[in-house]
Structures are given as C-alpha cells and as structure tokens.
Design a protein around this ligand. Structure first.
Ligand SMILES: [Cu+2]
Length: 333
C-alpha cells in the first residue's frame, strides 16, 4: 500500500513547495509534542498564512488515527465503520470531540495507520486554505503509514465539526466525523447549566433485498438513522434536574435533512452554524440540513417525565422500517 502511493505523495509535496516542509527541515515540534514515529515519512504542514504563537501554552495538540471497526447501532445491528481514534485509544463514531478556546493555536496530527488515504477538513472553522484538507487541495490524501500535521488558529467560535474529505461521500458515510467546538472568548448571552452534543447521521445496513428503505425509495437506501452513532433504543438520554437548562449542539453529519421535534417544551435557538444570533428565537421543531449546526437551549420546566426528542421525518425514526427507532432519544427529569 505504502509503495503504491510513494510516487504520488512525492509529487504532491513538490506541488506544494513553499507551503510544506518535510520533517526535520522546517520546524521543531519537540518542545510541545514529539513527532509520532510511523512506518513512512512525516509530512509537516506549515501554513504560509499563519505562524505559531511564541507562547507554547497556547498550542493545543490532538493526535488522531483511523481504524476500521464494527459499530453497533443498536443491540443486534452492527455495521462496518471507519472511526477516528485518539492516540492509544479506541475508534468511535463520532470520533473524539475536539474542544479549544477562541484564539488557541490548534495542531491536529493525523497519523494514518489505516489501509486507505484520508484527510481532515475542519468544517466551519475557516482555516487557511492550505490546511483545508479538501479533495482539491490534498488530492492524494494522507496515505497509510504517513502523518500530516494540520495547524491553524481557532478564530471562529462556535459549534463546528471535522470530517474526512477524501472520497467524501464514502468516507463521511463510514463515520469519519467528530465535533469541533471552539469556546468563545466572550461567554454566550444565553447561559445553560449543562451541555450535550448530538451528531445526526444515516446508514445503509444489511442485504439490499431486506432493505426497507430501498423498497420504499428512501434516499440512498439509508435504513438506519443515528444520534451519536446510536439508534433508538440505544440512544443516550439527556438527564436533567427539574429547573435545569441544557445547551444542545446539533450537528448534521449526514446526507438528509432532519426535523428535530421536542415534546412538551419550546427551545431557544441561540446559534446557527456556530454564529451567535442577535435575536434568538423559540421553536419546538427545527429542520437541520446536511452540515448545518444549531445550538439550542431548553429548560426542564414542564412536568417531570421522559420527554421524547426525535426526527419528525418519520422514516428516520425507524430501524429498517420498524417504528419506533432511528433518530429518537429522550430528555429525562
Ligand atoms: Cu477518509
């Protein structure tokens, strides 16, 4: 695999001369993080547009790898997934949350030991273009055995996400995404007692002849629908105390629009795509398109109970056509 990509990678490094340096020739990263030892070469990316801060404590480092694994969507339903994993950790869908503060210098080290090439794109973070990780700017991806170091200032506060942007339709579908949260310098105007991040996604699982979605012409044959990689009844509830409030960061990492409806409560929409609204507005059903993010705040101010929060695009509230299921979860207090 490595040999196969050698020539291609060399070419891409040459194409980016001026923007990139090979390990040992440009930067010394040893003061904050040892450069990971890998089978192949380490490509250190140095943005032409931004310089790291002198104060090393302002540099936040994350090391990610990719691994194939079996993701259990709900008891008895498993599918192959490709998950991001932290160094020494286990792969997961979503991948580990990256959380930094506005103004931090972020260093994300993609140390790829997976069989296929991958990249990381930081959606909504607005990095310099040479850190964009897109199919067009990193056309060959980061192949097996190689490491790429993304570096940029976290200038844009809010709820964002990162995902592989190599053969994106397939790789994003295999679960290669995670939350990227930039906490704002100036605290949010609407405060909450707790926080939860919910990432929506769809899956096509099992043999096509058993696929309820294909028989009913649902988009792309998606027949399982997840919140944080789990379908009802395996989704995790948000537990509150009466009177408590929760800020929910909704991220749509899938290919379909979903309309999240909360029973028994209104919620305040405070941010769209990470941007704080000057005039937050109340809703009880919120449509969220692919790649959109919404921050909402709800308060446990009705009767104590187990309140449903679910996609009102009803096919996505099933497991292969069996209702209830899919993008359904509960808020308990
Ligand atoms: Cu990928």
């Amino acid at each position: 695999m490595f040999k196969k990509f050698m020539g291609v990678v060399t070419a891409s490094v040459i194409a980016f001369t001026g923007g990139y340096a090979i390990a040992g020739t440009g930067h010394d990263y040893s003061t904050t993080h040892s450069v990971p030892k890998v089978n192949g070469r380490v490509i250190i990316a140095k943005s032409k547009m931004e310089q790291p801060p002198k104060d090393k404590s302002k540099i936040k480092t994350f090391v990610l790898d990719v691994e194939s694994f079996e993701l259990e969507l709900l008891p008895g339903v498993k599918t192959e997934a490709w998950g991001f994993k932290p160094e020494g950790g286990r792969p997961s869908v979503p991948g580990p949350e990256i959380r930094v503060k506005e103004g931090d210098y972020v260093r994300v080290i993609l140390k790829n030991t997976h069989a296929l090439p991958h990249t990381i794109h930081f959606h909504g973070v607005d990095t310099p273009f040479d850190m964009d990780g897109a199919d067009t700017t990193q056309a060959e991806g980061i192949p097996n055995g190689e490491t790429f170091i993304y570096e940029f200032y976290a200038k844009v506060p809010g709820t964002h996400f990162y995902h592989c942007h190599y053969q994106t339709f397939l790789h994003l579908n295999m679960g290669m995404y995670g939350a990227f949260i930039v906490e704002p310098r100036k605290p949010d105007k609407v405060k909450a007692d707790k926080e939860a991040t919910l990432i929506l996604d769809e899956w096509r699982v099992g043999e096509d002849e058993d696929n309820f979605a294909l028989k009913n012409n649902w988009p792309y044959g998606y027949n399982y629908f997840t919140i944080n990689g789990k379908a009802e009844p395996a989704t995790e509830a948000i537990e509150l105390k009466k009177g408590q409030s929760v800020k929910i960061r909704l991220i749509n990492a899938g290919d379909m629009s979903h309309t999240m409806h909360l029973h028994g409560h209104k919620f305040l929409v405070t941010h769209t795509d990470g941007i704080e609204l000057s005039a937050p507005y109340w809703k009880d059903s919120l449509s969220i398109g692919p790649s959109e993010r919404y921050d909402i705040v709800m308060k446990a101010d009705n009767e104590s109970g187990v309140w449903m929060f679910h996609d009102h695009v009803m096919p996505a509230a099933t497991n292969n056509g069996q209702y209830p299921g899919g993008m359904t979860m509960h808020i308990k207090y």
